[in-house]
Write a protein that binds this ligand. Structure first.
Ligand SMILES: [Zn+2]
Length: 302
């Protein structure tokens, strides 16, 4: 089975938090049968945010080191995911790394970035995050950047983006948007999660949603396990989204994990929880990875 994960912060952790031990290691990914791990270039927190482009580049250099000096393999797109092999694809979290320049979209595309979360939790040249306000849609520079992204078949990631920005993308962006690491708001009322109308729009437009493993997004009690992740996936499937959902762990960006999904090696526990709910092997294969690959085909990859 091909397993894809659409968000982790291992590159930021390696580049800026050397005191922490990442869980996204080649060994853990291999043990969990992860075929494609998306690794994000995150715009950062604290002092470093003043130079977001430099922050992203430092993470990119860390990625190059993993590929050149260790055994990591870069995937050009999710279509290169292969069962039994571990590959990593680049994404970006926080469009401020582009510093308002559409040319930088092309630069990061050359490095292999295939998905951009337009905002993190700060307002930037592109839009406004859900954390700050539901109001204020995609800005003019944002559309200039999105136009280049669409030409290059890059995914527009709405995780962290506010509702006005989300609906702008649904209404005006030529390609289906996605949410790389967000959960169901009806099951856990957090601003980072998607409302039912947003989930429905994502399904109708041919988008894709990766369920985040962060307990605070999964459950208002702040506690979660593999079964709780399965509940969020099941909720989207019940809405007709069985071809539009998968995993967006957020590993190495979350300080707490579900009790039985602590590292990529334990991702199969989620599949076991779905199996217990009666999901067929075919449905599991879709959720585990094929849905994400199909989404990229809709973006124009082949
Ligand atoms: Zn995030």
């Amino acid at each position: 089975m091909i397993i894809c994960d659409t968000h982790c912060d291992v590159l930021y952790m390696r580049a800026f938090q050397p005191e922490n031990e990442p869980v996204v290691t080649f060994e853990n990914m291999q043990a969990g049968g992860i075929s494609l791990q998306t690794c994000t270039l995150f715009s950062g927190v604290g002092e470093v945010v003043k130079r977001p482009y430099e922050v992203g580049m430092k993470e990119y250099r860390e990625f190059r080191r993993l590929v050149e000096e260790e055994n990591w393999v870069q995937a050009d797109s999710p279509l290169q995911a292969e069962e039994g092999k571990v590959k990593a694809m680049l994404s970006m979290e926080g469009g401020e790394i582009l510093e308002g320049s559409p040319d930088r979209v092309e630069e990061f595309f050359r490095y292999g970035v295939r998905m951009i979360a337009l905002t993190w939790n700060r307002e930037n040249e592109i839009g406004t995050p859900a954390k700050l306000s539901p109001k204020g849609g995609i800005k003019k520079t944002g559309w200039d950047i999105l136009r280049v992204m669409a030409e290059l078949h890059m995914a527009a990631d709405t995780s962290h983006l506010n509702e006005a920005g989300f609906w702008d993308l649904i209404d005006r962006h030529p390609q289906p948007p996605m949410a790389s690491h967000s959960c169901v708001r009806t099951l856990c009322d957090h601003f980072r999660n998607l409302r039912d109308e947003q989930i429905r729009a994502m399904i109708d437009r041919g988008g894709w949603i990766g369920i985040n493993f962060y307990p605070a997004f999964l459950s208002e009690s702040g506690q979660a396990d593999a079964n709780r992740i399965a509940e969020h996936i099941d909720y989207i499937c019940q809405m007709g989204g069985e071809k539009h959902v998968g995993f967006g762990s957020d590993f190495d960006g979350i300080e707490v994990t579900p009790v039985d999904v602590r590292t990529p090696a334990e991702v199969p526990n989620i599949l076991a929880a779905l199996r217990k709910r009666g999901y067929s092997e075919k449905a599991l294969a879709d959720i585990a990875g094929l849905n994400f690959i199909e989404y990229y085909k809709r973006l124009g990859w082949n």
